[in-house]
Design a protein around this ligand. Structure first.
Ligand code: PLP
Length: 364
């Protein structure tokens, strides 16, 4: 049997979500975050569809170089910066803007002769305590970078939120205030907001917003739905029924026999499993959609298959489509059932799944 799992990527929805970013942050430029293969949606196609974004941000060197081949002009920001002189030289020859998060990178910049067109982003740690120059050392880093002749007027500043997805968390206000205070005297472009910051904290918008997850139609906030932000799901993960079996009361199905039928019941075997990126540890009774109606997964998800309990009156056939998440079934809901976040599920769809982009003739 050839592969039946398909991820449909709705490029119209992607563009719509970009327009929602614009609507929410009308005075900022947009750095579309398309790292991790555009959150699993396909770096190249997503970059081409997001032509209206003002720039792109990725995490890895290779992604940045690939992106530059697709887009010759837009700013491309490399969020993890460079590891050594060789990487830096290659980045600069592709006009990629590295994030400077550590003093070893400033040492390298000071040693090299840089093209006059070099732009860099100084990343300050305002509370995330992950990547970035400690806020107490920010001034030293800023002064050292600005003392490099070819970087004068070309050092931008950014930071990243730790808790913006939680509207009631006081830490976000504190991060905004610290960022504003630290950068008050710095006459340059600034960036702070991810999707959650952008939607909840207008004070964080500044010159550039950096939305990721909302572009893909997913709510960044646990307590608010994507619908409530007018976002549309971009990825719909689907497969097909490959068999329908009648199970008798008290019979069990699948590995470990973890589920037992309470009555005689038809079971649809669906051609998707953890080998495709559907989480094995999903809770019992997680929904799928067949013909727009919810049915529940029963038994253990295996590598290539999972089982769904139908009912006696079903009129489904082998070959009928089953939606695992996406349109009509938010990936956020499935992520909760899997004890994770939608970001992870989207990034985890494997290469075995066929990706179909709609509309196909999208000028890309
Ligand atoms: C530095 C940085 N900015 C922006 C984003 C986008 O965040 P989100 O996907 O929550 O909008 C990320 C994602 O992790 C990030 O690491």
């Amino acid at each position: 049997m050839s592969r039946v799992a398909v991820a449909t990527i709705d490029l119209g929805a992607l563009k719509h979500n970009l327009s929602i970013v614009r609507k929410n942050a009308p005075h900022s430029k947009i750095l579309a975050v398309i790292k991790a293969n555009a959150y699993g949606h396909g770096l190249e196609t997503v970059a081409k569809a997001l032509v209206a974004a003002d720039g792109f941000a990725v995490a890895h060197f290779e992604e940045a170089i690939t992106l530059r081949e697709i887009d010759k002009d837009k700013p491309i920001i490399l969020l993890q910066g460079f590891a050594d002189e060789v990487e830096l030289a290659l980045l600069l020859s592709h006009s990629i803007e590295p994030v400077i998060h550590s003093f070893y990178q400033i040492d390298i910049l000071e040693k090299l002769e840089l093209p006059d067109t070099t732009n860099v982003w100084l990343k300050i740690d305002t509370g995330m305590n992950r990547l970035g120059i400690a806020h107490l050392e920010m001034l030293t880093a800023w002064q050292r970078l600005n003392a490099i002749e070819s970087l004068k007027g070309r050092v931008k500043i950014m930071s990243h939120f730790a808790n913006a997805d939680d509207k009631s968390h006081a830490g976000t206000e504190e991060q905004i205030l610290l960022f504003q205070t630290l950068t008050m005297q710095c006459n340059t472009e600034k960036s702070l907001a991810n999707s959650a910051g952008l939607l909840h904290w207008p004070d964080s918008h500044m010159d550039w917003v950096r939305p990721g997850i909302m572009l893909y139609g997913v709510s960044p906030c646990e307590k608010e739905s994507a619908d409530s932000f007018e976002l549309m799901p971009v990825m719909t993960l689907k497969s097909r029924i490959i068999a329908i079996n009648q199970i008798q009361k008290d019979e069990s199905i699948g590995y470990g026999h973890i589920w037992k039928a309470k009555q005689d019941t038809p079971i649809a075997v669906v051609g998707i499993g953890y080998g495709d990126g559907y989480p094995r540890h999903i809770k019992e009774n997680t929904p799928v959609l067949i013909n727009k109606t919810r049915y529940q997964i029963v038994g253990r998800v295996s590598m290539d298959m999972l089982c769904v309990e139908l009912n006696e009156n079903h009129n489904f056939n082998v070959g009928d489509e089953v939606v695992l998440w996406g349109e009509g079934l938010p990936v956020e809901e499935i992520a909760k059932q899997a004890g994770t976040i939608a970001y992870e599920l989207l990034c985890q769809v494997t290469a075995r799944v066929k990706f179909e982009y709609i509309p196909k003739a999208f000028g890309i």
